[in-house]
Design a protein around this ligand. Sequence first.
Ligand code: SF4
Length: 477
Amino acid sequence: MNVNDTEIAWAILQKSGYTRTKALDEADVILLVTCSVREKAEQAIWNRLQHLKALKARRLQARLPLHIGILGCMAERLKEKILHREKLVDIVAGPDAYRDLPRLLTVAESGQQAANVLLSLEETYADILPVQTSAGGTTAFVSIMRGCDNMCSYCIVPFTRGRERSRPIASILQEVKMLSDQGVKEVTLLGQNVNSFRDLSEVHFQSAATPVLSRGFSTVYKAKPGGLRFAHLLDQVSRIDPEMRIRFTSPHPKDFPDEVLQLIQERHNICKQLHLPAQSGSTRVLEAMRRGYTREAYLELVHHVRDSIPGVSLSSDFIAGFCGETEEDHQQTVSLLQEVRYNVGFLFAYSMRQKTRAYHRLQDDVPADVKQRRLEELITVFREEAARTNRAMVGHSQLVLVEGPSKRSASELCGRNDGNIKVIFPDAEIEDAADCKALVRAQPGDYVLVKVTSASSQTLKGVPLCRTTLSRSAACC
Ligand code: SF4
């Protein structure tokens, strides 16, 4: 989300005549795009500001301007308090205020501090085409919606990113087409809750159907009826470029229509990979978190997903030590990890955030050392299961989208398979599947068939077999 927000803010500033530098010493403006999900993320920003203090002091001495801004969720959460606490900061802009950045910077140039933290019910930056900031340009994020209405009791997001709103489909398709024309080979559709996507702008297409939740799932808000749904968007996006992989994140387990699962199964360019954020394996804790499902409903969904999409790769999020979590609850999470066997996991110790329902109604009563110990136990179990799952791929071939040289060795290439697992292989001459006589070196953006020779919990290693295409590889399989 923050990568995408950076690209949006950057596109707005570029239109106003700003140019980008990678050298901190050359910058007249430094903007930090921030996260508030955990205390640790905010602390990293306060530390960063301390480092920038010396730079700003040097600039002042040389009478050269340097303006510093805080953007994103931390700006929204703390608002003007940031300006009072840290005089170094000139501007504060919340996630819905990026269009106002040029004005805020003009105010800062006149020597005053400036803030805009207004949240919007409509802002989706639909007309802003983000400027890609990632090196190589093989993969890109495309924001399809902003905000969230779910109000999970631990989560600050509904307070920092506002109410849920979907971007019109037409503007999403235009952006994906533009990325395809630029040679981008993988797009991740982004939103806090992508499967509740609902484009209400095309009223003539509205269906009267009100959403129906599967058994064992509930929601705290009343979803709007009608509009074009996520399955429709996914269908349209996947038709733009048969050589472009499509991923999406994050869906909420409570909104998984069969149409979406069917599409994933049918289309060769929609990755057979799903993020199913569980957060806990204990129904009692899930209830306190207000996640809208029980352990049993979640597991039923996992089985349904695996039946519908054979070989699907699953990832998830977990929180260790939420309010009131007992050893028994923790063991339930351990057993969920063992039962589901995720390929990828994001696990964190609980960090209470002001404003959330948990802050007002629950006790952050699991001691820090217990949270840490439980987190370590979850990580150990997750790694054991992921390593076992990944080892099952040894001896089989995987289609890898090459991202570039491996960080560890210039003689190796790094990319990701369909399941979003990192694959490393030697940068050697290989056959081109389109012309068996030609030997080629794979480049970023190429698809390479790799035979897996070893696996750990996070990485696969292998030998390259040939360069191919997404469509050709799907036809062979
Ligand atoms: S679904 Fe829950 S955890 Fe995810 S952003 Fe919304 S409130 Fe936060």
